[in-house]
Design a protein around this ligand. Sequence first.
Ligand SMILES: Cc1ncc(C[n+]2csc(CCOP(=O)(O)OP(=O)(O)O)c2C)c(N)n1
Length: 519
Amino acid sequence: MNDAMNGAESLLRTLAANGVDTCFMNPGTSEMRFVAALERVEAVRGVLCLFEGVCSGAADGYARMKGKPAATLLHLGPGLANALSNLHNARKARSPVINIVGEHTIRHQQYDAPLSADIEAFARTVSGYVRVVKEASEMGQAAAETIAAAITPPGQVATLIVPADVSWTEGGECGPVVARPLRPLPESQAIGRAASLLQLEGTALLLGGTTINDRALAAAGRLSARTGAQVFADRNASRIASGRGRFHPHTVPYFPEPAIALLAGVRNLIVVESQAPVSFFGYPETPSYLLPEECQVFVLAERDEDGTGALEALVEECGAVGAAIPGDVPEPAAGPDSGPLTAHSIGAALAACLPEQAILSDEMVSASAPVVSHLVHAAPHDRMPVTGGSIGQGLPAALGAACACPDRKVIALEADGSAMYTLQSLWTMARENLDVVVIIFANRRYQILEIEMRRVGVAALSERTRESIDIGRPRLDWVRLSEGMGVRATRATNGAELRTQLQTAIEERGPRLIEAVLS
Ligand SMILES: Cc1ncc(C[n+]2csc(CCOP(=O)(O)OP(=O)(O)O)c2C)c(N)n1
């Protein structure tokens, strides 16, 4: 045992030994020893964020792109509570995330001091694993077990609660390096059963989880070409590979009516790391379950299994190895470059300018579908949608992805209302000089809420109702907000301006923001 090591240092050394090299942090008094220990453990990079929802969203974005966890450092119950919304998105993404949450000293906990809270209760709502460390000598082992829990397929949020005195007490040691578990392939009977289902009319595939990647898309494309099966993709998967040359599955639409229409002919659905699709919300007159009643659901790969490997095995089983992957999809119209900006003109500009292997953080809300229809024709890229419907994810996830992949351009596509939830991300992007281009879709509205209002039966929006959800007054000035946090910014009002500004922002390194004013 190394007597010179306190609990905080043993925690950091265990993280470092296990390759957890990034910690998105917003510390307070109880975490000061952890922050001090960062100086001695250089392998772990502390990234300061000015709101805990930025820490958690960044850890999620990092995990989605890197396939391994980052840590967050959060200040007691209230700090964790601020992080919950994006931990909810991380839970839906099945992202491995390690939360380190400070707690009062063990002796202090009896007094209900101002910052006392039920941290475990907060943690349990989003974490698959919660552990409280009781003494410094246990810290290394506890940290290793927390890491092991986070990386257990399919991945989950794991929370380690650390009393301040456990951090500062000597007697810690570095915990073990944990084995990285592999996702098992499904049983061969499952592959055989899926192959026989693919012989039947009306069989379709639904891809989710980690299976919207290059290899899995190629396999799904071959299966579609060989058997005629339609292929659908989960719109809220954690990461979606797209762009020229890739196979393009149909994304299940957001609203239930078009989703039900798209899935109407399906008699057997083969589900890969996903579940039978349901609508985002329940509505008065529309079913929530989107498949036809008579449709049978067959799970080819559970969420913790290797869905990509399963699809490739299915290609072999169906004799589709040599099938040509269908790639062509029609290019949507964008309108003239000189006209006012629309989601379509922004999509067309992006498709023209996107560099190879860009990472897109997609929080475009009502603009997402039109923009994504153009991105199919862009250079190959990865897109991270909001997995759990909780807005405020896009900017932090972009930040985390930029830390994870410094050699890839990150582009955050942000609806203005959503961007306001975690705009402190801009400050960290500037501080770390991260290579992120932020495009704000400035429609000055909560547009989706206006649409949803009508859908739940409010036929005409009265002036008063419209006013109650109007975010246009006062007008948000994104150029000044951004410059105020150290990120250079410009404003574009038509397609030509957007293209020029986008090209410049992409050519340069470092954070840039473009306020795209929508007509
Ligand atoms: C944490 C959280 N709070 C509130 C909501 C409800 N909500 C959904 S979209 C939205 C605002 C949409 O406005 P914006 O982001 O500007 O996108 P637009 O609809 O204009 O495209 C709100 C408040 C939510 N989904 N998540």
